[in-house]
Design a protein around this ligand. Structure first.
Ligand SMILES: [Zn+2]
Length: 316
């Protein structure tokens, strides 16, 4: 009868509060609560966050304070599973973080360079012909190769094309930034976390063009505002290689046959790791579950403070 064993406080006329310990241990000064769960009211009584929970008052006697998922505690493995299923469906159906405006038309880089007077008609024609004959390479690269423009000029043109800033690479500390997102995203989506400013703004660099879906997903996950921009190609490539060699949080890839199978794998991981907080976001076809094994101190988690699961579903 573990239920009865857990009720010493009731003799003092107080109800046992299952998740009070984890709430207290978060600490108001850590910044974690505001970053991960903005606006979550402090609770005196732990109530299961699964809307369909039918444990009633029994849930208060359950001897567990974790796992926490998206700011709420669930009283049982079944309730965790139901909440993960709902969150997964939200992301897969595009009602959640994966809902990003469709690509809008962008002015070709050659036209921008021409309009700005940075290249001539004949330089553009020569580069286009070389690109066509070779069947590969970006126009900007051909223009640089043919000495029509310098690389910084192509970078400026790309920034105009994407209406974004050119971001510098000063004081880049890849080890510290490697917890902003899984290594897979840095590699597959060609993103480069650059720095965190004022503890709440994350600069994200790209080489050729922005990735709004990735930026939005990282924003939702980290609680930091993400500012994306273009980094000059040579600088980007060097820093990107260095970044990929950094120590990233442990990550597991899960290929699931269905949404239900992935929900099961995610909820099992939550029950096993008992995170102090966890969250699910979608980045393109990847469903990214991050588990905070302990409360986060500072704008980014420690490398061993979080664990990532990246799921994909069949042909989704
Ligand atoms: Zn419940």
């Amino acid at each position: 009868m573990p239920i009865l064993k857990r009720s010493p406080r009731t003799r003092e006329g107080r109800l046992p509060v299952a998740s009070l310990a984890s709430e207290e241990s978060l600490g108001e000064s850590s910044g974690w609560r505001s970053a991960v769960s903005p606006g979550r009211p402090s609770r005196l009584f732990a109530t299961c966050a699964h809307p369909g929970c039918n444990s009633g008052w029994l849930q208060l006697w359950r001897s567990r304070s974790t796992p926490m998922f998206e700011g709420g505690w669930s009283c049982s493995a079944e309730c965790t599973r139901a909440r993960v299923e709902a969150a997964l469906h939200r992301e897969v159906s595009g009602r959640g973080t994966g809902r990003i405006a469709a690509h809008r038309h962008r002015i070709p880089i050659g036209l921008i360079l021409l309009e700005q007077g940075w290249i001539t008609q004949s330089q553009l024609r020569r580069a286009l012909e070389a690109q066509k004959a070779a069947g590969k390479g970006r126009l900007g690269e051909w223009l640089v190769r043919q000495h029509a423009v310098s690389e910084p000029v192509v970078t400026r043109a790309l920034a105009l094309q994407w209406s974004c800033p050119v971001l510098p690479l000063e004081q880049h500390a890849p080890e510290w930034l490697a917890t902003a997102m899984p290594r897979l995203f840095v590699e597959a989506f060609g993103a480069l976390p650059l720095r965190v400013a004022a503890g709440r703004l994350l600069y994200l660099g790209f080489e050729q063009g922005l990735d709004p879906a990735l930026a939005f997903g990282v924003e939702q996950m980290t609680g930091l505002r993400v500012e994306s921009g273009i980094v000059q190609q040579a600088h980007f490539r060097e820093a990107h290689v260095r970044m990929l060699e950094s120590g990233f949080p442990p990550a597991e890839l899960i290929e699931a046959v269905s949404e239900a199978a992935l929900a099961q794998a995610f909820s099992r991981a939550l029950e096993k790791n008992k995170p102090a907080e966890s969250r699910l976001v979608r980045v393109h076809g990847c469903l990214w579950l991050r588990m905070w094994l302990r409360p986060q101190i500072g704008p980014l988690p420690e490398v061993n403070g979080v664990r990532d699961l990246i799921g994909s579903i069949g042909s989704f």
